[in-house]
Write a protein that binds this ligand. Structure first.
Ligand code: PDD
Length: 285
């Protein structure tokens, strides 16, 4: 896309340059968000910006803009780029200063970057369901922070890709945590079960929306840990995330999930989620 935000200003992409001593570049010292755009409108924008502010606070960074100011700037960016269906990416890093592990002085301004991208909905994967592998979750213990440090996630996703799979399902000891870029839920006897929102997972906005939909529509659900054994015994499994929406899993480590096709609770949640997008954004395209 043609326009980007750099430090609060909308610029032509070619004019936006980052210093080689930016702490995001050198240390991954920063936080980010990915927000879906449907019908030219950001979906759950405020929830994402709220989480960004929280992630920043958790690493001792105070953002120089309010949620409303960021919201307004991003709306302008979406409009200037004429984005209809895609994503907004934004990140803040702890600014530019000579390399050193301790934080620079608090008057060093944070670096703020945002850009948009056209991305279709993953329609065919959502229809057929996807294959996955299980993979030991080797990430740090503050996965609740949406930090730029994603190496553990990247290694997991690459392993899935090399296995011809869509996602890697993380586990610690034998507790299932989350995917490399998505949360995971199982369905057992009609009940949706997903890992509690603590420091072992990112509390996905899509996850929260789906739990709210369960609540509003009388679908039983519980936020509790489940094991690899529970995973393999599940009737249905699905992923949730900004880019994957509600994604059925039909295979784990080469074994079929339930009947080997998307299950009825997952399909119902897909429908409810689609309707929620239409309600909030006025359309899906
Ligand atoms: N990933 N867990 C992890 C580790 C994630 O990176 C993400 C999102 C999620 C789902 O969160 P949400 O529903 O708020 O998107 C869960 C984004 C999309 C990414 O890094 O591209």
């Amino acid at each position: 896309m043609e326009y980007v935000i750099l430090d609060g200003e909308i610029l032509n992409r070619k004019e936006a340059k980052i210093d080689i001593e930016d702490r995001g570049y050198q240390f991954g010292d920063g936080v980010y968000e990915v927000i879906r755009v449907y019908n030219g409108t950001m979906f759950t924008r405020n929830e994402h910006l709220h989480r960004l502010i929280e992630s920043a606070e958790k690493i001792g960074m105070k953002l120089p803009y309010t949620l409303e100011e960021m919201g307004q700037q991003l709306e302008e960016l979406v409009e200037q780029n004429k984005l209809r269906l895609g994503t907004v990416y934004l990140q803040f890093t702890r600014g530019v200063s000579p390399r050193g592990h301790a934080f620079p002085s608090s008057n060093v301004p944070l670096t703020y970057v945002a850009y948009t991208r056209t991305v279709p909905r993953p329609a065919s994967d959502m229809e057929t369901g996807v294959k996955t592998i299980t993979n030991e979750d080797i990430r740090w213990l503050r996965c609740d922070i949406k930090s730029l440090n994603l190496l553990g996630n990247l290694l997991a996703k690459q392993k899935a890709k090399e296995a011809g799979c869509f996602e890697a399902i993380g586990y610690r000891d034998d507790i299932v945590t989350e995917g490399s870029l998505s949360n995971i839920s199982i369905v057992k006897n009609g009940k949706v079960i997903t890992h509690p929102a603590n420091h072992f997972i990112l509390n996905g906005i899509t996850r929260q929306q789906v739990l709210q939909l369960c609540h509003n529509n009388g679908i039983p659900f519980e936020e509790k840990t489940f094991t690899l054994h529970d995973l393999f015994q599940a009737d249905e499994i699905f992923l949730t995330g900004t880019t994957v929406e509600v994604m059925p899993i039909v295979e784990v480590d080469g074994k079929a999930v339930g009947a080997g096709k998307p299950g009825s609770t997952t399909k119902r949640l897909q429908q409810l989620f689609k309707q929620e997008i239409i309600n909030q954004c006025g359309g899906l395209e």
